[in-house]
Design a protein around this ligand. Structure first.
Ligand code: NDP
Length: 487
């Protein structure tokens, strides 16, 4: 199970170690076993990474976009070729079942690099007719961009941020979550092998203090964070105090609304995907499942039946559908929320236990859990749990459910299941969320922008929109006649 990388950091095209940094133990969440030992970045490592990025960026920005894209495209191909190995690393680092990592992690990273490799050449400024004179705008890179990742989708987050940033001509320094430091290093090696010049993609490890040092450094032009709302507020504040660009991809408590005319089997499938995938550790999860009252009981009984059939266990077994949570503290947090749900009067319809799995006695497992009879004031309906805990809430009318769905500080995502497409579009038009699904849940193709409203975030990832967030506009006015001067 040893997946020790050659060194902790990757700077200027090579692995770098500095044992002066505090020790970072990497734990396999299914067994609690240590699988690698790294060091957090010292101030010297942070300097080296940012300096390498600054030095490399200018020449990279002068390449034609198609030339930059060609390198990213090669990296996408390498990610796909090595999907099996990368998925294994991701499973060991996160505990997510191999069944998921094989299709959702390096594969999604490859999709992103492939998309931005092509899209960037067509992402141009505009011509502005000024009736004789004219203007045009140029899309210019920001310079050195910093990415800070959460632990649920490590390689996907690294690629969703670095792909568009590099395509636009920026250099990048990425700090993974200290819980999942491994796959970003593999991505760095792949970039180098694909022909990315040294210094353009650097990885430094560490805790929040390393993230903060990267954000506040004078060389840094922008930070893109994926993390919780409290961390987002800190990082956004820090970026603001240094007048840096910032994108915040934060947490949520998203509503998933099931109307009485919905295809119930599809709605149940969507609700399960939106609560149990990655053991519920997905930012956009639809953790408040509103079900119209006259189909509520039928919905719940099939949901419970299907939830009980989920296979939990060894994440490396391809038949296993659910693995453990990330770590001990996340496990304790989720179990506390389950206790809160019970004590606040919700009905535990299934799950709720921390099972001991044979051979995985020290793993951080929690059963897929469904609460019914949940009301809007309960903590399990208001706070992000980030675990496999679904709350089912009954509702009567469309107006009522829209009001209740929007009654939250968050606004990351929302879903609607209905066969009435007019209603589907009408309802998503009123939902305060950055990403909405009609008759689906949690699909995030790279072509479609992704991000949050309200406290769930600022800026967007993916789609052409993200290229705007990794560039700045320069306006150019061109005179075609004489200068009209009063002097
Ligand atoms: P955290 O907010 O705890 O951490 C996110 C990252 O920020 C980590 O790398 C963390 O380092 C770093 N960090 C912490 N404090 C600071 C600071 N003061 N300055 C700079 N960096 C800092 O999130 P988790 O890793 O626990 O991830 C779970 C959260 O992420 C959930 O709320 C989830 O909803 C959200 N998320 C959002 C997504 C989205 O796209 N909207 C996608 C995935 C997750 P360290 O880990 O070392 O503390």
């Amino acid at each position: 199970m040893n997946v020790q990388p050659k060194a902790s950091h990757y700077i200027n095209g090579r692995f770098v170690e500095d044992e002066g940094g505090s020790v970072l133990d990497v734990i396999y969440p299914a067994t609690g076993e240590m699988i690698a030992k790294l060091h957090a970045a010292t101030p010297n490592i942070v300097e080296l990474a940012l300096e390498a990025a600054r030095t490399a960026q200018g020449e990279w920005a002068r390449l034609k976009p198609v030339e930059r894209g060609r390198i990213l495209r090669r990296a996408a191909d390498l990610l796909r070729e090595r999907n099996a190995d990368l998925s294994r690393i991701e499973t060991l680092d996160t505990g997510k079942p191999i069944q998921e990592t094989l299709v959702a992690d390096a594969a999604s990273a490859a999709d992103a690099l492939e998309f931005f490799a092509g899209a960037v050449a067509a992402f141009n400024g505009e011509f502005v007719d000024l009736g004789g004179p004219f203007g045009y705008t140029r899309r210019e890179p920001l310079g050195v961009c910093v990415g800070i990742g959460a632990w649920n989708y490590p390689i996907q987050i690294a690629a969703w941020k670095s792909g568009p940033a590099l395509a636009m001509g920026n250099a990048f320094v990425f700090k993974p979550s200290e819980n999942t430091p491994l796959s970003a290093l593999a991505l760095a090696e792949i970039y180098t092998e694909a022909g990315l010049p040294d210094g353009l993609f650097n990885v430094v490890q560490g805790f929040g203090d390393v993230g903060a040092a990267l954000v506040s450094h004078p060389v840094t032009a922008k930070v893109s964070l994926t993390g919780s709302v409290p961390t987002g507020k800190k990082v956004m504040g820090l970026a603001g105090s240094h007048m840096k660009h910032a994108t915040m991809e934060l947490g949520g408590k998203s509503p998933l609304i099931v109307f009485e005319d919905a295809d119930l089997e599809n709605a149940i499938g969507g609700a399960m995907l939106g609560n149990f995938y990655s053991s519920g550790q997905v930012c956009s999860n639809g953790t408040r499942v509103f079900v119209q009252r006259n189909v509520h009981d039928r919905f719940v009984s099939r949901l419970v039946e299907r939830t009980k059939a989920i296979r939990m266990g060894d994440p490396l077994d391809p038949d296993v559908q659910m693995g453990p949570l990330m770590n001990k503290s996340q496990h304790a947090k989720v179990m506390d929320y389950i206790a809160a749900g019970k004590s606040e009067g919700a009905t535990l319809a299934t799950g709720g236990n921390a099972p001991t799995m044979q051979g995985f006695e020290n793993g951080f497992f929690v059963e897929p859990t469904v609460f019914t009879g949940v009301t809007d004031e309960m903590r399990i309906a208001r706070e992000e749990i980030f675990g496999p805990v679904m709350s089912v809430l009954a509702f009567d009318t469309e107006d009522e459910v829209v009001t209740r769905a929007n009654n939250t500080e968050f606004g990351l995502a929302a879903g609607v299941f209905t066969r009435d497409l007019s209603r589907g579009h009408r309802v998503v038009g009123q939902l305060q969320a950055g990403t909405c699904w009609i008759n689906a849940y949690n699909l995030t193709p790279v072509e479609l922008p992704f991000g949050g409203a309200k406290a769930s975030g600022i800026g967007r990832e993916n789609g052409l929109a993200v290229l705007g967030h990794y560039s700045q506009l320069k306006s150019v006015y061109v005179e075609t006649g004489d200068v009209q001067s009063p002097y």
